[in-house]
Design a protein around this ligand. Structure first.
Ligand code: HEC
Length: 208
């Protein structure tokens, strides 16, 4: 029965179609091996040509901007159009000097005491130590130089109870500079009720 139907269908197709008829059939549907329509074929060749040009322009010669350059350009354009402030200065703390002027140290103290940063909540109003260690003595666990202190603040010690920046809210480099300089300035101030150092982990600070 099925074979009979197939013969009938075959009679309905033209001779040149019979030549093009592919050798498979699904649910009575057969396929002719027609040439691709030219519009499709040329479109396909066009994408190949495009990919070669694209590759040369962006990847091989590097004439086209990559995503980082594009980002920089767009940021520059946005800064021009909206008058965005210059990018906040970054400081290389491995070479930065400790700030000693009163203005910077006062600014550092303000940052230390700010309820938004929480330093004083854990290290005491005078740095004498509470939950966190005493910051005025000579015993330090993570280094007492400017760079180490900045690093301690930036990274925090989440597994020991200190979030990054004390409150996880980022402190810009300029303020970190003031804050760390202030902390260095209160070393040896002997505030009342000092928290004793944990001598299992702390080592004596070597003057820099
Ligand atoms: C929630 C409590 C908490 C807050 C808030 C906090 N700290 Fe800490 N801090 C700690 C603890 C606990 C340690 C000790 C980590 C350890 O034992 O390794 C520590 C360690 C440090 C150290 C390293 C001390 C050393 O011995 O090397 C510095 C520096 C420091 N904190 C500065 C700050 C500053 C500045 C702020 C505010 C921006 C701040 N901390 C906010 C709890 C806190």
């Amino acid at each position: 029965m099925a074979a009979e139907n197939k013969d009938k269908e075959k009679n309905l197709i033209l001779d040149d179609e019979r030549e093009k008829l592919l050798d498979h059939e699904y649910d009575g549907i057969q396929e002719l091996d027609n040439a691709m329509p030219p519009w499709w074929l040329y479109g396909f060749y066009l994408t190949i040509a495009f990919s070669v040009v694209y590759l040369l322009y962006y990847e091989v010669t590097g004439w086209g901007p990559d995503q980082h350059e594009e980002y920089q350009r767009e940021m520059a354009m946005a800064a021009e159009r909206y008058g965005v402030a210059e990018e906040v200065a970054t400081i290389d703390f491995s070479t930065a000097e400790i700030l000693l002027d009163e203005e910077s140290l006062a600014a550092g103290r303000t940052i230390y005491a700010a309820t938004t940063n929480l330093c004083a909540t854990c290290h005491g109003a005078e740095g004498q130590g509470l939950v966190g260690p005493n910051l005025t003595d000579d015993y330090w666990k993570h280094g007492c130089d400017l760079e180490s202190i900045v690093n301690s603040i930036r990274v925090g010690f989440p597994d020991r109870g200190m979030p990054a920046y004390g409150s996880t809210v980022r402190i810009p480099d300029e303020e970190l500079h003031q804050l760390a300089s202030y902390i260095i300035s209160i070393r040896g101030t002997n505030p009342p009720n000092p928290k004793a150092p944990n001598m299992d982990r702390a080592v004596e600070c070597v003057e820099q």
